[in-house]
Design a protein. Structure first.
Length: 238
């Protein structure tokens, strides 16, 4: 039994393994789990999920971080969405039995898993206003990311179960300044010199950068705890 896991960022997969991480190439985390780091965005995620199908996987996991659309969700909170809504309005359902096994395993930990609707976004939501707009358009989404809907489409189209395991980075009202985002590549690596120049001209950016770093650390800590609290297959029981 082999499970495929798609993550946008190397930092997200490092929560699962200390092994060297390949980019855009499937690699084995353990005897049950094959992962791929694809970079942010739906096209990258869909391509990566398709690569994993060639590895004869029996299930797909969308793994990583998300942005909060709810004032109830804080940095480091875990979401296990049961419904995923794409930007075209298409709805995908996470595998309920798999999610149930995962929730059961996490009861033995201090992690509280939130359930609800995860919305797809085509762009990084940099302001509370943008997040509020997406929440209004989707009705009741609690969080958003850029990859899960594409991964779930591949799973559904190929008749295999899929789930998303996502940890919150930015809270509802946390700004993600464009001056920082434009100097960060698709794998989350910052161009340090460029960001330092931005900070020199706009010192307020330093506080945002520190807040974002703390939030990312909280999100990754949760992902590591999930990996520890679940078994090697992340509770895939089919």
């Amino acid at each position: 039994m082999t499970i495929g896991l798609v993550a946008a960022l190397p930092a997200e997969v490092r929560c699962l393994t200390r092994l060297p991480i390949a980019i855009n190439t499937p690699f084995r985390v353990n005897k049950h789990l094959i992962a791929i780091v694809c970079g942010i965005g739906a096209k990258n995620a869909a391509r990566a999920a398709q690569y994993l199908l060639y590895q004869d996987i029996q299930g797909l996991i969308s793994w990583g971080t998300a942005g909060s659309l709810s004032s109830d969700l804080k940095s480091g909170d875990l979401i296990l969405p049961d419904i995923i809504r794409a930007t075209n309005g298409r709805i995908y359902h996470a595998d309920s039995a798999w999610l149930g096994q995962l929730r059961l395993a996490l009861k033995a930990t201090s992690i509280r898993a939130h359930t609800g609707l995860l919305a797809e976004t085509k762009v990084i939501l940099g302001s509370g206003m943008e997040k509020a707009g997406l929440k209004k358009r989707t009705g009741n989404a609690i969080a958003a990311d850029m990859e899960t809907a594409a991964i779930m489409k591949i799973a559904q189209d190929n008749g295999i179960p899929g789930i998303a395991i996502r940890s919150i980075v930015d809270q509802l009202d946390d700004p993600l300044p464009a001056e920082i985002l434009k100097h960060t590549d698709q794998f989350g690596a910052p161009r340090i010199v460029n960001i330092l120049v931005e900070i020199i001209y706009k010192p307020r950016l330093l506080a945002h950068l520190i807040r974002l770093s703390v939030a990312m650390r909280a999100a990754n800590t949760t992902l590591r705890s999930v990996a520890t609290g679940a078994n090697e297959t992340l509770m895939y029981m089919h």
